[in-house]
Design a protein around this ligand. Structure first.
Ligand code: BDR
Ligand code: CA
Length: 311
């Protein structure tokens, strides 16, 4: 079983990523869920992670809170996409029975990575603050990380014309992670915008008959509504779920090895991932860049995962 740590800001698509990973058709072993400030304040993201853990009956997995904001910059949140709670849509109990584990996400990541008998995969689906802090505090973790499978960046933006939200919120942290030498597999907007939950897809998923699937459909309905209103899309792109779909079936995606630099100075380009598609920098590739997905396979896996909750 592959060991993974989710570092996230749930968030509709973060929640869906966790649900995929914990499904009965997944062979991923979730070692911990750590939270970071991102879509909303970190306390709300933690509460949402606990609610998700409740719904899927995730037992024995520590949920640990992390950074309250970016390394250097003022915090920005994405309430217009995820609502005030960060997980608007489904009606959820205010007080989940799963309890937060004491401690700080950064220490937990360090302890888990150093203490593990085999290399751990990190799956960050929010700003990269916790991962960067862990690397700065204990660089010995870097060679012990199997792979960093992240959602962030792309060759265009959704928060500014040049920058995607997760990278923009803490570009200095992203710079630390991308330059760390740890293997990075990147799911940016180029590929995640191919994972759109259209009305037709949501309608089909609504026929899966179990409580977890019902919850996911409610998440998708809210998320799709905001994406239609804010961006004029046909539905919500479930960005973060691409990371897990890859870990469950890498053949869904097409990749290219490229060099990616993180822009931290530009007036109009702060938080941009400068993807060197043509090799013009002559720098060694540092990223496995996902650029296409097989939508039929992706949604097939997704449906199977939801169905497995009824088995
Ligand atoms: C990313 O930003 C968040 O709103 C989503 O959860 C995803 O991680 C997409 O830009
Ligand atoms: Ca996210």
């Amino acid at each position: 079983m592959e060991k993974v740590i989710f570092d996230c800001d749930p968030g509709h698509d973060d929640a869906i990523a966790i649900i995929l990973a914990a499904s009965k058709i997944s062979s991923l072993n979730i070692e911990a869920i750590t939270t970071v400030a991102g879509n909303v304040e970190v306390e709300k993201n933690t509460l949402n992670a606990l609610k998700v853990a409740d719904i899927i009956g995730l037992e024995g997995v520590p949920v640990v809170q992390g950074a309250e904001g970016p390394l250097f910059r003022k915090r920005e949140i994405a309430e217009e996409i995820h609502g005030e709670t960060g997980l608007d849509g489904p009606l959820l109990p205010k007080h989940p029975s799963t309890k937060q584990t004491e401690g700080h996400a950064v220490d937990l990541i360090i302890d888990k990575v150093l203490g593990s008998d085999k290399a751990i995969t990190l799956v960050p689906t929010g700003p990269l603050t916790n991962i960067a802090l862990a690397m700065i505090k204990e660089p010995k973790i870097i060679p012990k990380i199997k792979e960093i499978v992240l959602m962030g960046g792309g060759t265009f933006g959704n928060w500014t014309p040049a920058a995607e939200f997760n990278i923009y919120v803490d570009a200095e942290a992203a710079k630390v992670v991308f330059e760390s030498g740890a293997p990075v597999t990147m799911f940016g907007l180029d590929v995640t915008h191919q994972a759109i939950a259209t009305d037709e897809i949501v309608e089909d998923l609504s026929r899966v008959d179990n409580a977890v699937a019902d919850f996911v459909v409610e998440l998708l309905r809210f998320f799709s509504k905001t994406y239609k209103e804010v961006f004029g899309f046909d539905g919500g792109p479930i960005h973060d779920a691409c990371t897990v779909a890859y870990l469950m079936d890498p053949s869904i995606f097409d990749f290219k090895q490229v060099h990616v630099d993180i822009e931290t100075k530009g007036e109009f380009t702060y938080g941009m991932t400068a993807v060197d598609h043509l090799g013009v920098t002559e720098k060694e590739p540092n990223v496995k860049f996902a650029h296409d997905l097989d939508a039929k396979k992706f949604w097939g896996l997704f449906r199977d995962a939801l169905e497995s909750y009824g088995m």
